[in-house]
Design a protein around this ligand. Structure first.
Ligand code: ADP
Ligand code: MG
Length: 317
């Protein structure tokens, strides 16, 4: 039977060349570059709540990092280091090997390093804390949206919600659509480069984790403004377009787990932002405009308001 120390050593200790001190001491030592602020965020994944118990462990390793990288992207931060706190019901080496492989593959792809953590026994629970850096004053906040600013989103919305439904209850979809939707749910790709490129361009930003309307709502609240969204402009994948229109609306406007960026920017940046989407391999789409009065309106093609029962996911309602 492997010990706690052996487990950490075998599965969670890798070289962390940019840290002054990584895994193995009582704490890590990290150096923040001159002229930068430290950006800190945490996201926890709970079994049965955020993922199914039988999810492939390599996907889970990927996702616990991806959701945190998404928060870094939404701040315009360069992600650097992370810690991993794990509560494990039992030591299953096959599971741990696959989990750490998924985790380190994305860590390597994002140029980030695991520098510490905590390991205990208990119900399966994974908590990652991320540390990033941003030049002083250049972080993207929720509070900077101004009337007249365009509202943009990256990629497509609603795929993960469709993936969840297709996993849980099945859905009438082509195999290609089902695979696409489940891939978006299980191995989301954070928009790291885009977030960094938006420094100095976006007036506000957030990552879409609880549904577009809920997350855009946070920007509106913090910025004390409102918005009009044109439903026809909301970017949807070919997979999502296989669904009925009302399902598309539900998934794209209030489904969770998209991990795309929603941001606002003055209209003078339009040309530049369109080009930026292409250079970063992740298209961005203009979906609406910020308004002075504090309301959020979604309009259909005919200009009629669309109403939805729910704006997004909330753990406590
Ligand atoms: P302490 O008892 O001082 O808290 P631990 O035994 O919990 O130390 O951890 C020993 C070292 O291993 C520390 O450097 C800690 O950051 C690291 N560590 C523990 N669990 C993990 C993990 N899951 N991933 C990465 N590093 C870990
Ligand atoms: Mg400890």
């Amino acid at each position: 039977m492997i010990s706690e120390f052996g487990l950490i050593q075998r599965y969670f200790t890798r070289a962390a060349p940019t840290a002054d001190l990584g895994v193995g001491d009582d704490a890590a030592l990290l150096r923040i570059p001159e002229g930068h602020q430290l950006v800190v965020s945490t996201d926890m994944l709970v079994c049965g709540r955020h993922f199914f118990e039988d999810v492939r462990p390599e996907y889970l390793g990927h996702k616990c990092l991806a959701v945190n990288l998404s928060d870094m992207a939404a701040m315009g931060a360069t992600p650097r280091w992370f810690t991993l706190s794990l509560s494990l019901p039992k030591v299953d080496e096959e599971w741990l090997g696959a989990f750490s492989q998924g985790l380190f593959a994305l860590a390597e792809a994002s140029g980030t390093e695991l520098v510490g953590g905590d390991t205990t026994s208990g119900p399966l629970n994974i908590c990652v804390q991320f540390l990033g850096v941003v030049p002083v004053g250049q972080a993207l906040l929720r509070s900077g949206a101004r009337p007249g600013d365009d509202i943009w989103v990256s990629g497509t919305l609603g795929d993960s919600a469709l993936g969840l439904v297709s996993l849980r209850e099945g859905a009438r979809l082509t195999i290609a659509a089902r695979d696409h939707a489940q891939r978006r749910l299980e191995t989301p790709m954070p928009r790291t480069e885009l977030g960094i490129a938006l420094r100095g361009l976006a007036s506000a930003a957030i990552d879409v984790s609880d549904g577009l309307l809920a997350d855009l709502g946070h920007i509106l609240e913090r910025s004390k403004v409102g918005a009009v969204i044109e439903w026809e402009e909301v970017p949807r994948s070919a997979a999502l377009r296989e669904c009925e229109e009302d399902q598309q609306r539900r998934y794209a406007l209030s489904g969770g787990d998209d991990y795309e960026l929603c941001f606002t920017a003055p209209s003078r940046h339009r040309g530049f932002l369109d080009a930026l989407g292409t250079t970063h391999g992740c298209p961005v789409t203009r979906i609406g405009v910020i308004q002075p009065d504090e309301a959020l309106l979604v309009r259909d093609r005919a200009g009629q308001p669309i109403t939805l029962e729910s704006h997004g996911y909330d753990h406590f309602v």
